[in-house]
Design a binder for this molecule. Structure first.
Ligand SMILES: *Cc1c(COP(=O)(O)O)cnc(C)c1O
Length: 412
């Protein structure tokens, strides 16, 4: 949905130079078309197999993005009470919400029960006991799935790999049958599913498929023991291409492979994609402030920084950085850095890039997932606005923060 027409970069039919001029920079821009296409790619590839696509809210929790997906019929995977609040504010259906995460608080469990979510994805026995007690107090039954740790290696960045036994996530798959058995004695819990999620930015689907086989075998064993398992949740994790030509499994072919393995399972299949729905649908617009040379190192200093997009600093992640208007000057090699007072504040290092001048706009690509949501006010920098493009129109769906916003709730 991002492409050049002549020398100008467009999102759908909107010239990004116009967005940058009107909304200022830095600014996040999302293509509604791209988000919906990706969601529908999941939804349609499942075909006749009973399924539910639960968008992982943490990837991009903007109300406008959640609203688009809610309207398209999506369910949601949440990891906090705040995310449930956002889903409801955006018009999402709590009955299609699954709640993941290792550290749900008593208050969050109460809130989720009050709103009637679909299922809790539990990561410890103590959590099951808490949910049972809270459900008993409300006089309701709570559906749960144990998030099992299938002990497979997602082969991704160590910070976002979650499916090995050394990680904090889930319950070891070998111990899961005993946990379901003990949970059986809780009066207010119903074992409705089995879930897993082995990591993020996975570029080879093999480990996910390995996990699918393991959780399917577990679900069958549990059903044979009389547990009313109805759904199998495969988590998210499908990667996106951050570099041109980077190979990814692709949503359609991934789902078709999974669908082939689960056709006979007699279960509703849930997936929790985040990055693969919004990642490529967003860019971060920034303006060149200065250029300078230290020794023989060239720097392009821009008005977006690590507080706006932390992925390069945190994971050494690569994002393409392209000009909003192309010129015909010979390319340069430079570090693209922001104004934050840390050497770790960079968007790219030793990057072959366009020969841009102060005042020019750049677009940091594939920034729709884990971009704005991980932004902060570090260095007392107001957070960037978020802009949604729909065909030939764009609107600010989250305003740029003001200096007043920076001190809200504080006192001297
Ligand atoms: C983060 C997360 C997801 C989404 O992962 P993506 O890589 O963005 O698809 C899904 N499920 C759970 C439990 C998660 O923690």
């Amino acid at each position: 949905m991002f492409s050049y027409s002549n020398q100008d970069l467009y999102c759908e039919q909107v010239a990004l130079a116009d967005v940058a001029a009107q909304a200022g920079t830095p600014a996040y821009v999302y293509s509604s078309r791209s988000i919906l296409d990706n969601y529908r790619a999941y939804d349609q590839a499942f075909g006749e197999l009973p399924h539910q696509v639960c968008y992982a809210v943490k990837a991009n929790s903007s109300l406008a993005v959640l609203g688009l997906l809610a309207k398209a019929g999506a369910g949601f995977d949440i990891v906090s009470g705040g995310e449930l609040f956002r889903v409801i504010e955006a018009g999402g259906d709590p009955a299609k919400v699954v709640f993941s995460g290792v550290g749900k608080t008593p208050g969050e469990v109460e809130y989720a029960l009050e709103r009637g979510i679909q299922s809790f994805h539990c990561e410890s026995e103590a959590e099951l006991a808490l949910i049972d007690a809270k459900a008993a107090r409300r006089g309701v039954k709570a559906a749960f799935a144990v998030r099992v740790n299938p002990d497979v290696d997602a082969a991704t960045h160590p910070y976002i790999s979650t499916g090995l036994s050394q990680h904090k996530f889930g319950i070891a798959i070998a111990e899961a049958p005993a946990v379901y058995e003990r949970a059986h004695s809780f009066q207010n819990l119903v074992a409705s599913g089995v879930s897993c999620h082995i990591g993020s930015q996975i570029l080879d689907a093999t480990p996910i498929l390995e996990a699918v086989d393991k959780v399917l075998a577990l679900a069958n064993a549990l059903r044979a023991q009389g547990h009313p398992i109805r759904h199998l949740d495969l988590g998210g994790g499908l990667g996106v291409a951050y570099r041109p030509g980077e190979k990814t499994p692709g949503i359609r072919s991934f789902v078709e492979t999974v669908q082939g393995r689960l056709r006979e399972a007699g279960l509703t299949v849930l997936v929790e994609p985040g990055r693969s729905i919004v990642g490529a649908a967003g860019m971060l617009l920034t303006r060149v402030l200065y250029r300078k040379k230290n020794g023989d190192r060239e720097f392009v200093i821009v008005d977006a920084a690590m507080n706006d997009l932390i992925r390069p600093s945190l994971y050494r992640a690569h994002h393409e950085i392209i000009p909003v208007r192309r010129n015909s000057l010979p390319p340069i090699v430079a570090d693209v850095v922001g104004p934050v007072c840390e050497t770790g504040d960079f968007l790219a290092r030793e990057r072959h890039m366009a020969n841009v001048m102060p005042g020019d706009f750049l677009a940091v690509a594939t920034a729709g997932a884990y971009g704005f949501v991980q932004s902060s006010n570090y260095n007392s920098r107001p957070r960037a606005p978020e802009i949604l493009v729909e065909a030939d129109r764009f609107r600010v769906v989250r305003q740029r923060e003001s200096y007043q916003d920076l001190v809200r709730g504080e006192s001297v």
